[in-house]
Design a binder for this molecule. Structure first.
Ligand code: GDP
Ligand code: MG
Length: 164
């Protein structure tokens, strides 16, 4: 069966934008217990000769900051339990925050393949110096993308497909 790729990351880093850029129209929402933040969104994605199932583990996310870390932990655990490859999304504009380090630690300990995606790199020339900071997460080479401008998505998926 097709490999499962899960998208994990803080609220507002651009998970849904990336998901939509890759998924096009084929989107289905899977609802869990109401009020819990586990709703997942699935799509079957075809990209060149690759086929995989993409999951946005974010679903409906909390707005209160004290719930963000626990929600991220839930997302990461779901991804660890179900995915073949995890895309961990960060945001070059917000930079790194404590929750990123905590989730990165969790993903590292899982020994699952993780692609560290740095989103909102809308101008590669200008913003690449800021991308290097993300090496500090200790989960590998940061892959710059702009989900909104659809930049870098092919190179990102090449990294993902290395684990298929
Ligand atoms: P999520 O909460 O992680 O699912 O993030 P969303 O996909 O909802 O995006 C949060 C905000 O970031 C929205 O205002 C998006 O338009 C914006 N955004 C997403 N991707 C990019 C990008 O590549 N560049 C810029 N500048 N903004 C982006
Ligand atoms: Mg979202």
């Amino acid at each position: 069966s097709r490999p499962i790729v899960a998208i994990v990351g803080r609220p507002n880093v651009g998970k849904s934008t990336l998901f939509n850029a890759l998924a096009g129209q084929q989107i289905s929402i899977v609802k869990d217990t109401p009020g819990v933040t586990r709703d997942r969104i699935y799509a079957d994605v075809t990209w060149l000769d690759m086929q995989f199932t993409l999951i946005d583990t974010g679903g409906i996310e909390p707005e209160s900051s004290d719930l963000i870390l626990s929600s991220m932990r839930q997302q990461a655990q779901m991804a660890i339990d179900t995915a073949d490859v995890i895309m961990f999304i960060t945001d070059v504009r917000q930079g790194l925050v404590d929750a990123d380090f905590k989730v990165a630690d969790m993903l590292r300990r899982s020994h699952k393949p993780v692609i560290l995606v740095v989103n909102k790199v809308d101008n590669f020339e200008k913003l690449m110096p800021d991308v290097y900071e993300f090496y500090n997460l200790g989960i590998g080479d940061p892959v710059p993308v702009s989900a909104a401008s659809r930049l870098g998505l092919g190179d990102m998926l090449d990294e993902v497909a290395k684990y298929f």
